[in-house]
Structures are given as structure tokens and as C-alpha cells.
Design a protein around this ligand. Structure first.
Ligand code: ZN
Length: 240
């Protein structure tokens, strides 16, 4: 199976469609949560994921959109967007989001939004946090998002090394355990505004990271028209 791995789509349907077009034919589409929040099209993104049969896990912004207490940790802009999403989202999208599990195992791969041990909160931003999390799940590979930064943490003889993919980066794991983050489709934060995603190959042992440009201006215009915070629209063009 060739699997497209998408995280942090954040109600950005234009970026999602660019990614799906770029990925082409795949056997499965897995998402790692934060399907909604920040962006202007929560219903459109959920409808597309339903249409293509994507499976995955709940993110903290999804939980907040469903009325969860996660909203209390948000900064004012994220909170405003979450309140907007709560008020905007339709019944079908709400039901689909509510059916997403907090963690999942697919084809022997562990899926979580933030981290395996604290799926809705923890950010895996260091080798130390990655090492602690590698002891928190049994599967060889774990996929996560939440930081909006593409990266791999690989266990190598007891140590953990980190690896940052360049554009179209390819990592052969050769049987090693790893935590793998595809980056964010809808709101990248690594300084590259292009949508990020990854593909796991049919041996579940090689991950490739990809970037694809999309019409950022149209998404910013939709955000402004919806009355979403200006700073959230501005940041899309900087990838930060
Ligand atoms: Zn996110």
C-alpha cells in the first residue's frame, strides 16, 4: 500500500486539493488530526475527506470545534477561529469529527495528533521528547503532527536522531523505529508556505516528504471575508 499522510489541514480546502492532486493515485489516505480550525472551509475539508475515505485521528482543534475544553489553551486568535468554527460547522462534519478516535493503529502503524502518550496536547519538538514517546507505544512506527513542522525522529541503537526533510526528502528506515511528522497541509510553520504532506511506501519503511504550492491569496481572501483574525490569514504567506 502506498499511503498519503496528511496532518493539520486546518479548514484549508485549497491546500488539501493541491495536495491530493500532487499525491495522485494512492491506496489509502491517513490524516493526523486538526482537520479544522484556523481556516475558512471546515465543512468543505471534512466533506472531501469523507469523499476520499480518509481515516485518522482527532486533533486538539477538532476537539475544540466539537465544544471541548481544549479551547481554553488557545491564544486569542486560535480561540476566535475555534469559536467561529463551532458556529459555522454543519451537522455532517460535526458527526464525522466526533467519530475520529484519539489514537489509532493502521497497518501496524501508530497514529496520534500530538504525541502517542499525550495525543491532544504534547508537541514532539526535541529528540528527548521523541525518545520518551518511543517507549510509549509498541508499534515500530508512529505518525504525528501538531507542530506543523516536517521532521523524523529515528531510534538508532538506543539513541534518537532527528532528520529534517528538504523538499521531496526521502528517508529509508531500514527497519528502525521512528516518529514521523509529515508537516502541515493547511498552515505550515517551517518558513515554507507551500502545503506539506508525506507518502509512506508499500513496505512501510520509506517515507517521502513533499511540498506543493497552492493559491494562498484565495484562502486569505476567504478568511478575511469570514471575519477570521487577520494575523491567521497573514501568516499563511510566510509559512510561519
Ligand atoms: Zn494544528
Amino acid at each position: 500500500m502506498r499511503i498519503a499522510v496528511l496532518s493539520d489541514i486546518h479548514s484549508n480546502l485549497v491546500a488539501l486539493d493541491a495536495v491530493l492532486g500532487d499525491a495522485g493515485a494512492v491506496d489509502a489516505i491517513w490524516h493526523l488530526g486538526d482537520v479544522v480550525g484556523y481556516g475558512p472551509d471546515p465543512d468543505g475539508v471534512v466533506a472531501r475527506l469523507m469523499e476520499i475515505g480518509a481515516v485518522g485521528v482527532l486533533g486538539n482543534h477538532d476537539a475544540a470545534a466539537l465544544g471541548g475544553p481544549e479551547i481554553d489553551w488557545f491564544n486569542p486568535d486560535a480561540r476566535a477561529a475555534a469559536l467561529w468554527t463551532r458556529a459555522t460547522i454543519g451537522a455532517a462534519a460535526r458527526a464525522w469529527l466526533a467519530a475520529q478516535p484519539v489514537t489509532a493503529v493502521r497497518e501496524g502503524v501508530a497514529l496520534a495528533h500530538g504525541s502517542p502518550r499525550d495525543p491532544l496536547r504534547e508537541y514532539i519538538t526535541s529528540r528527548d521528547v521523541a525518545r520518551q514517546n518511543l517507549t510509549a507505544f509498541e508499534e515500530r512506527l508512529g505518525l504525528h503532527g501538531h507542530t506543523h513542522v516536517p521532521i523524523a525522529f529515528v531510534e538508532d541503537g538506543g539513541a534518537v536522531t532527528s532528520w529534517s526533510p528538504a523538499d521531496a526528502g526521502r528517508l529509508a528506515l531500514e527497519g528502525r523505529r521512528a516518529l514521523l511528522n509529515p508537516g502541515s497541509v493547511g498552515q505550515p510553520r517551517d518558513g515554507d508556505p507551500r502545503a506539506a504532506y508525506a507518502v509512506l511506501d508499500d513496505t512501510l519503511d520509506v517515507m517521502t516528504w513533499h511540498r506543493v504550492g497552492y493559491d494562498i491569496g484565495s484562502v486569505q481572501a476567504a478568511m478575511r471575508a469570514a471575519g477570521l483574525p487577520a494575523r491567521l490569514a497573514d501568516r499563511l504567506q510566510h509559512g510561519m
